[in-house]
Design a protein around this ligand. Structure first.
Ligand code: MOS
Length: 744
């Protein structure tokens, strides 16, 4: 089904099941600990051996020699895989560094060997007997040192210019020019990476934990040099991703190589301590923001330049991108630059670009409002725009060759829906914003300095192709099959709701099967595109099934009504199970989009409000309450959506106050590589959260009229906290995380 026009009335609009706060259908499996995660799958294939990854102990250089003799002779050892004996390995489509290093070493903890043994402990013991001699090269590990050498990558719209920023800024009545810094961050999902690989002849089956099944199949096939048809990836339950599991990682490739070498199934888990350096992280950024405005507060010039670090050929953190669309202003400039470094590979982490970008931009907006003597909510309202003020022509994101898109470039497309002002106003009212003192450092509660802060939330909504299959059997059970993943987000639940609504059958009669590459390829889970697109894929398949059922029953498909387990036309009705006939009825389809997202800018909006208390003596920061107001199209399930938003707000609190991968600048690695050293918020850090969804449908986003929500919730949170800390103390911190040493 091609979706290219605003959707008119459709069966989803009944909202009998969709839009309801249905409990997670996989909830009992999760809460009883019986959901089968990748590393728990002892049952799927017998005779599993265990692999242990040895990571490089240098960040850059080469392996001079490897002595495997002692490891090979250790008890239980079956095989040892290294770059020397693994055969030809190609780089995947998405990896910047090789997943198995050697002789060249590209980053610290890059895998250099996999030891396969009968037990995990034997594999680990033997791995420590592998003797590796390295020759170390000099490396670049300090972003601050190289940020001015950062450059915009070629072939991407990394830089934009509209009008004459420099002139307009220089002649603006009120100006702000400051630099902000965000930290290197680690996804820190609950479930570490894990894979079990089994070969049957030349065919590979991989049980793993991955957000994007089809990408993973493609990358495994490419890396191993085998056809995609010979790879099956299974990942039905995932204990969090946040972008860490978008791509093929070392656990999966090494399990496949280990199983080939050992001639039996091999399980590989990445121990927590390997994750920050072996896998990916979000790069730190330095962001210079300049805003010029009239005395009345109208932005006339705005520039946002971001520098991040990555391995050579790695992408920048696109922290400046939202500044192209969020606020009005005639003269503008943005750049997303990247400096070559030798830290581990930087890549997507929840709301890549916007999360650190909004963390900086929304402090700058607060500072500008103060300079103007304006309320920060009013300043944002005054600079709202209903069209994209800056829209560079860019290669089609879905075209890996980077060729010109076939569709025409629309210079200033309108937003499909933009209720940004409503978010700001609703939030201000609900939070009691009028009680905030405009002057910082004025509210006191015993030893606590109390302050309020706010920030905008903004994140794009991406439309991507997504397929599904639905089967209706003679008992009236509908089974949905798609390779969509549920990374803790609620995919099982919203897809069940979608099918239930479409077919007019109770939720209990819908079974959803996900995360298997033998099912039709979905959009996967990433970039907050999963919910809307995967549900729209199920919608498309259900439309086909409805047509098939109507045809079997002899009804006009356009007039058939599906409700209460029946298909009805006029006076006649038939139980769905009977319409099926002898065998099951199967329908498969996909949703795909034309250029609707070029003609209409699709974005999601919100506003964050935070109250903090700062200990006047120790400068310890405590969050007291948080409110998010979101406008993100139709909310398919307010309960799962709320969970996504409060989780994202929590992650934003981490970014604001505690999260930072600390770099050892001499040895070139992230030092704090576990959850003791890398601090994330706990319940005690987050006492009160409220989420309001504006009543919204977006007919341009898909037949579901929904948009992404899971990443919107993090965008702006850190700045709202930073602004609240400023309001409490009068100390402006422009460098995250805002630890107490920066306030003293
Ligand atoms: Mo998200 S960082 O695209 O999983």
């Amino acid at each position: 089904m091609k979706f290219n026009e605003p959707a008119t009335t459709n069966p989803i609009d009944q909202l009998k099941v969709v839009g309801q706060p249905v409990n997670r259908v996989d909830g009992p499996l999760k809460t009883t600990g019986t959901a089968p995660y990748a590393m728990d799958r002892h049952d799927v294939v017998p005779n599993q051996a265990h692999g242990y990854i040895l990571g490089s102990s240098i960040p850059k250089g080469r392996i001079v020699s490897m002595d495997l003799a002692a490891a090979k002779a250790a008890p239980g050892v079956i095989a040892i895989v290294t770059a020397q004996n693994a055969g030809k390995i190609n780089k995947g489509n998405f990896n910047t560094a090789m997943l198995l290093g050697g002789p060249r070493i590209e980053h610290y903890h890059q895998a250099v060997a996999l030891v396969v043994a009968e037990t995990f402990e034997q594999a680990r013991d033997a791995a420590h007997l592998v003797r590796v001699r390295y020759e170390r090269d000099k490396g670049v590990f300090d972003l601050h040192e190289v940020k001015n050498k950062a450059a915009a990558p070629k072939g991407e719209a990394a830089e934009t210019k509209v009008g004459n920023f420099t002139g307009a800024f220089a002649s603006s009545a009120v100006r702000h020019d400051a630099e902000y810094a965000t930290a290197h961050e680690s996804h820190s999902m609950m479930e570490p990476h894990a894979s079990i690989a089994a070969w049957d002849g030349d065919a590979l089956t991989l049980w793993t934990s991955n957000q994007m099944i089809a990408w993973n199949v493609g990358d495994l096939a490419k890396t191993l040099g085998i056809p995609k048809s010979k790879v099956r990836v299974i990942s039905p339950y995932i204990g969090g991703g946040f972008g860490s599991k978008l791509f093929l990682r070392a656990d999966a490739l090494m399990a496949a190589l280990g199983a080939r070498a050992a001639r039996r199934p091999v399980k590989v888990t990445l121990q927590r301590a390997l994750i920050p350096n072996n896998t990916t992280h979000r790069s730190a950024t330095f962001q210079r923001i300049r805003i010029g405005a009239t005395r009345e507060g109208k932005i006339t010039a705005i520039a946002h330049d971001s520098a991040s670090g990555n391995l050579e050929k790695g992408s920048p953190e696109n922290a400046a991108t939202q500044t192209r669309s969020l606020y009005a202003g005639e003269h503008r400039m943005t750049s997303n630059r990247v400096a070559g470094m030798d830290l581990p590979e930087a890549n997507a982490m929840r709301a890549p670009g916007e999360a650190p970008g909004m963390a900086a931009l929304e402090i700058a907006m607060d500072e500008m409002a103060e300079k103007l003597g304006m309320d920060p909510v009013q300043f944002r309202i005054l600079n709202d725009t209903q069209v994209v003020p800056d829209n560079p022509e860019k290669p089609d994101a879905t075209d890996p060759q980077g060729k010109k898109p076939k569709t025409a470039h629309v210079p200033h497309p309108p937003f499909s829906k933009r209720q940004f002002i409503q978010c700001l106003q609703t939030g201000a009212q609900r939070f009691g914003w009028d009680k905030r003192s405009a002057q910082p450092g004025k509210q006191r509660d015993g030893r606590w300095l109390v302050g309020m802060g706010m920030a905008a939330a903004f994140r794009d909504n991406m439309l991507t192709k997504s397929a599904a299959r639905v089967r209706l059997d003679r008992r009236g059970i509908l089974t949905v099959e798609t390779d969509m993943t549920d990374i803790g987000t609620g995919s099982y639940t919203i897809l069940a709701q979608t099918a239930s609504e479409m077919m007019g059958i109770p939720l209990e009669k819908v079974k959803v099967r996900l995360g298997d590459s033998s099912f039709p390829a979905s959009c996967g889970s990433g970039g907050q595109w999963g919910g809307n697109n995967s549900a729209a894929g199920v919608y498309a398949a259900c439309i086909k099934l409805r047509e098939a059922i109507a045809a079997k029953a002899g009804f006009d498909p356009a007039r058939a009504i599906f409700a209460d387990g029946l298909v009805r036309a006029g006076e006649r009705s038939l139980p769905l199970a009977e319409a099926v006939g002898e065998r099951e009825l199967v329908a498969e389809d996909f949703i795909e989009y034309g250029d609707i997202d070029k003609r209409f800018q699709q974005s999601t909006f919100g506003a964050h409000f935070v109250e903090v208390a700062v200990d006047a003596a120790t400068c310890e920061v405590r969050i007291r309450r948080m409110l998010a107001v979101c406008a993100a199209g139709r909310i398919l399930n307010p309960k799962t959506a709320r969970s996504q938003v409060i989780g994202a707000m929590t992650m934003g609190a981490g970014a604001a106050l505690m999260e930072e991968l600390a770099v050892d600048k001499r040895l070139g690695y992230f030092v704090n590589h576990d959850l003791a050293g890398y601090e994330v918020p706990v319940h005690a850090d987050i006492p009160h959260q409220e989420v309001i969804f504006l009543d919204e449908t977006d007919p341009m986003s898909s037949p579901m009229k929904a948009k992404g929500i899971a990443e919107l919730g993090i965008c702006g949170v850190a700045a709202a906290i930073a602004n609240a800390v400023y309001n409490a103390t009068g100390v402006r911190v422009r460098e995250y995380p805002i630890t107490l040493d920066k306030l003293i």
